[in-house]
Design a protein around this ligand. Structure first.
Ligand code: PEP
Ligand code: MN
Length: 381
């Protein structure tokens, strides 16, 4: 059960105390308050965990400060929409808003290599007015002999360069809890010139200790990438792990799933799940066209497969795009063959703008269509 409090209720105030006092009659029910700075308002929710069936919902509903009481199903208790009873949960991080309405481009290399390459990318992003990027410092590789990322050694100059070019959020994969501390320390020592979204990669999609580690801190938001061999349900449950530890600033990323049925793409593109995740959960949804496609092939129409696929996600309402670019793909230490180049950057951004516009038009059309169904005489005017 979740008690959603009114907008202006003081989490430490009289109303909350009164609710908690009432609930103390049910000693087996544990309460946990959660304060979320949403994009539209401060959301205070009290979660009731345990045998809640005897608690009279009507009494709670009429208590001062209560906006709504929602009985939640067992599934996705914290991240779920519970059949439309709960709205989306957006958040703001380092001045950038993430919710189910926004769209951000996270453009950058698979792996950080040289300051010159990173600076070229940031300079191009700044010229396009983009303040978000992706940069891998800790790389989980299939072969132990492949480049594993520069690790914490590159963080000081990377963060400094990000600050120089006004990059507000960098998505960066972490493989172990200690990486979170290394990022925190490097940001601190650099004077927090930028922010980091902690990425949980597909290979760690069910690494429950890592999920708990990113969930039990509140400083950094989390980009969770769907397990490449996991059902959507299992991946969403993994996000529930993160949220249940206390961090609900999560973005869910679709990145394709492994099956030979996707050949010749590296993975089978799963962006049809964008609206599904938005309907089932309160989380913003990201798409990763690079790892879904895994090559730089173009269709006869001249459009890269990566862009065709990204367009499929954006036209379905994606909120974030994670995509790999490198100034010299032939020199990249990881995933060079699928990286787009600086010449492609503006083209990519403009193409996504076209599709985003089409999505917004589709959304407006849907709203008008629903209106017509409900008020046929006005809709016909
Ligand atoms: C990445 O985004 O750098 C990455 C390794 O992706 P994934 O975990 O989806 O393979
Ligand atoms: Mn990669």
């Amino acid at each position: 059960m979740i008690i959603i409090l009114k907008n202006d209720v003081d989490p430490q105030g009289q109303e909350v105390n009164q609710i908690l006092e009432y609930l103390s009659q049910f000693p087996e029910v544990k309460t946990r308050a959660s304060y979320i700075k949403g994009t539209h308002r401060m959301v205070t929710e009290i979660y009731l965990i345990g045998p809640t069936h005897d608690i009279p919902i009507k009494v709670l509903q009429h208590m001062p400060g209560v906006e709504r009481v929602v009985r939640v199903s067992n599934k996705y208790r914290q991240i779920g929409r519970h059949g439309g009873q709960l709205g989306e949960l957006g958040f703001e991080y380092n001045g950038i808003t993430f919710n189910q309405e926004c769209l951000h481009n996270f453009i950058g290399p698979c792996a950080v290599d040289t300051p010159e390459h990173v600076e070229t990318i940031f300079r191009n992003l700044k010229a396009l007015g983009i303040q978000t990027s992706r940069m891998g410092a800790y790389k989980p590789r299939t072969s132990p002999y492949d480049f594993q990322g520069h690790g914490k050694a590159c963080l000081p100059w990377l963060f400094e360069l990000a600050g120089k070019y006004d990059i507000k959020v960098i998505s960066m994969e972490v493989l172990r809890a200690v990486h979170i501390e290394e990022i925190q320390q490097a940001l601190h020592e650099a004077g927090n010139p930028t922010g980091v979204m902690l990425q949980v990669g597909t290979r760690n999609a069910q690494n429950f200790e890592l999920l708990k580690a990113v969930g039990s801190q509140q400083e950094f938001p989390v980009l969770y990438k769907r397990g490449m061999g996991l059902s959507l349900e299992d991946s969403l449950n993994a996000c529930e792990y993160i949220a249940s530890e206390g961090n609900r600033n999560i973005v869910f990323c679709l990145r394709g799933v492994t099956t030979r049925l996707g050949d010749p793409h590296r993975n089978l593109v799963d962006f049809a799940h964008v609206p599904v995740v938005k309907r089932l959960t309160r989380l913003p949804v990201c798409i990763d066209p690079t790892h879904s496609v895994g090559s730089k092939d173009r269709a006869p129409d001249g459009i890269y497969d990566i862009l065709h696929v990204a367009a499929q996600g954006v036209i379905a309402g994606a909120n974030m795009i994670l995509v790999e670019f490198h100034p010299r793909p032939e020199l990249a230490l990881c995933d060079g063959p699928q990286a787009l180049t600086m010449q492609d950057m503006e083209y990519f951004v403009r193409d996504m703008e076209i599709v985003r516009k089409a999505y917004l038009e589709r959304k407006a059309l849907a709203a008008r269509a629903v209106f017509k169904k409900w008020h046929p005489e006005e809709g016909a005017k």
